[in-house]
Design a protein around this ligand. Structure first.
Ligand SMILES: Cc1cc2nc3c(=O)[nH]c(=O)nc-3n(C[C@H](O)[C@H](O)[C@H](O)COP(=O)(O)OP(=O)(O)OC[C@H]3O[C@@H](n4cnc5c(N)ncnc54)[C@H](O)[C@@H]3O)c2cc1C
Length: 398
């Protein structure tokens, strides 16, 4: 049986998850076109925190719950069938409040806190239990999914996509013997300094770079503005993170902080101890922008932000004082205007799909997004989740 030729543009967690689910559904003729490297952007630099029911929106809530449950199943499958460990585990999630400058002598902490937390926590709250929160290593997950796709015949092509070639689908109806020109479809993905990629179906998973694809449709005759608006609405939001490497306690906890600065401001970084003894710390979101460097490895790093993350983490646990910070990094996450991801067929084209705008929940929601999109592409199945996330809501302009 011949399966459709599928071209996925963007090798982050969304591209990997869509490829994985298409593969699971029997589509093996897949090429992932990635500009820099698999998981080079947010998908390799995120925390990997997963929550079952933290979303306010009903449909996005369904997406998150389904995805949360899928993470466990996929992690198990990758481990058992492919010997791939993505460091998945359930965690207890705490909100802890500390002050930059404490005036009182540190009190004995409450029993809710693990011993690893040595800082003077003046308030704590349980945000999630092992029934509702978990973590995964995002880079290992993204690379693991791609390895599965490759093992079934799919391939990764390193190259910069920069346009499409189009064709109109010409139909011939019984009623009217004239040829009817129906909607436009993409036939080839153009690459910088490389041969184009021909495919039957194209899926854009460009994360925060999605806006750059708005110009790729300039040759697609009458539909251009409507198509472009669905891409041009995506912005990037930069955030920093650091990773302490080494033998830290591996208790299954995740920490959301309220850190009261000396000037009485509040900073809210997150700390995720990982099962391998690493401690991941992130925070300091900046203004959204459409001015991103092409290469994810060239995102500028604000050393002051990284230093502050380090200082706060050491304040939470003094055992970090002698630990090595081996990773200091920044990356952009993709933001949509209404905070809801764009998942589905691009309005105005027959065979181009998109999955982006997952904001700070892209790792969590990747797996069910991939599952939903694969069902849409293969069976034409539209769920309430896909109705809510339909990219066409942005095709008409503001
Ligand atoms: C600090 C931080 C912490 C986070 N923590 C969490 C968390 O704990 N839990 C959670 O669920 N989410 C988290 N997120 C969010 C999550 O990381 C993102 O939502 C997710 O990674 C987005 O994935 P993506 O595949 O859409 O985009 P990306 O990972 O950005 O992938 C897009 C890919 O497209 C490629 N590309 C772009 N343009 C082209 C082109 N022209 N040609 C070819 N390839 C191209 C890029 O090189 C890139 O590899 C966090 C994000 C940040 C920044």
């Amino acid at each position: 049986m011949t399966t459709p030729r599928i071209c996925i543009v963007g090798g982050g967690v969304l591209g990997a998850a869509v490829a994985y689910h298409l593969c699971e559904a029997g589509c093996t003729n897949i090429v992932i076109v990635e500009r820099t490297g698999i998981a080079c952007g947010a998908s390799g630099r995120a925390g990997g925190f997963l929550a079952k029911n933290w979303s306010d929106s009903k449909s996005v809530g369904q997406l998150s719950t389904a995805s949360f449950l899928l993470h466990e199943k996929v992690a198990e499958k990758l481990r058992q069938e492919y010997n791939i460990d993505v460091m998945y585990r359930r965690v207890t999630t705490l909100n802890i409040s500390l002050k930059e400058k404490t005036t009182t002598t540190p009190q004995r902490k409450s029993d809710t806190l693990p011993k690893w937390v040595t800082g003077d926590v003046f308030k704590e709250e349980i945000l999630g239990t092992e029934a509702t929160t978990a973590q995964v290593h995002p880079g290992l997950l993204t690379n693991g999914l791609v390895r599965v796709v490759e093992s079934k015949g799919g391939r990764v092509l390193i190259g910069k996509a920069n346009g499409f070639l189009f064709e109109t689908i010409t139909t011939h109806t019984e009623k009217d013997h004239h040829h009817q020109t129906a909607p436009v479809q993409a036939s080839k993905l153009l690459l910088e300094n490389q041969d184009p990629v021909e495919a039957d179906i194209f899926i854009l998973t460009l994360g925060p770079w999605t806006y750059q694809a708005a110009t790729w449709f300039k040759d697609s005759v009458s539909f251009k503005p409507n198509i472009s608006r669905q891409l041009d609405c995506i912005q990037g939001l930069k955030a920093h993170s650091i990773v302490f490497k080494g033998n830290q306690p591996t208790e299954p906890y995740a920490f959301f902080l309220n850190y009261v600065t000396s000037a009485n401001g509040i900073i809210d970084p997150e700390i995720y101890p990982r099962p391998n003894g690493d401690i991941y710390v992130c925070g300091f979101g900046e203004q959204t922008t459409q001015n991103l460097p092409d290469d994810a490895n060239h995102v500028s790093i604000n050393e002051t932000s990284c230093d502050k993350l380090k200082e706060i983490a050491i304040h939470v646990s003094s055992t970090l004082k002698d630990a090595n910070v081996e990773v200091r990094q920044a990356c952009y996450l993709p933001i949509s205007p209404d905070g809801i991801p764009l998942i589905g067929k691009l309005y105005g084209l027959e065979n181009v799909y998109i999955a982006t705008g997952h904001s700070c929940w892209g790792i969590l929601n990747s797996l069910e997004t991939g599952h939903q999109l694969a069902q849409l592409i293969i069976n034409g199945q539209v769920s309430p989740i896909l109705n809510t996330c339909d990219p066409a809501r942005f095709s008409k302009g503001s």
